[in-house]
Design a protein around this ligand. Structure first.
Ligand SMILES: [Zn+2]
Length: 121
């Protein structure tokens, strides 16, 4: 007797759905409590991409920390500190600018991804 019967068809979460953090069933994104297992869902924090970018404009790495990526933010700060030292060797102006622009873009795009639930902060 082959085991070709499945309880449920393979399904993927739609744009207004997400996976339950406890049992993994597909539930509505707005659902506060999973109807399958009754576990309360952790509401994903909403991030403001514009604010994340602006924070990065003023201080590299702060936008990442705002997004909850503290390690990445501190790493970017450290890189910019090294670039600051390299300014005296002129090359730091170039590398510092690149990291600065990257950090602004990264802060913005990660905040959007957090809002879409694509990545955990
Ligand atoms: Zn569940």
């Amino acid at each position: 007797m082959p085991f070709d019967e499945r309880d449920e068809p393979a399904a993927t979460a739609g744009p207004d759905e997400q996976y339950c953090s406890s049992c993994g069933e597909i539930i509505k994104r707005e659902a506060e409590i999973c109807p399958h297992c009754g576990v309360r869902q952790q509401q994903p924090q909403q991030k403001n991409p514009g604010l994340a970018a602006v924070l990065s404009v003023f201080f590299t790495g702060v936008g990442q920390i705002y997004n909850g990526q503290v390690g990445k933010g501190l790493a970017l700060m450290l890189i910019q500190f090294v670039n600051l030292l390299l300014v005296f060797a002129l090359i730091g102006i170039f590398t510092g600018f690149i990291v600065w622009v990257y950090a602004i873009y990264d802060a913005y795009s990660v905040a959007e991804k957090i809002n879409r639930g694509e990545i955990e902060p």
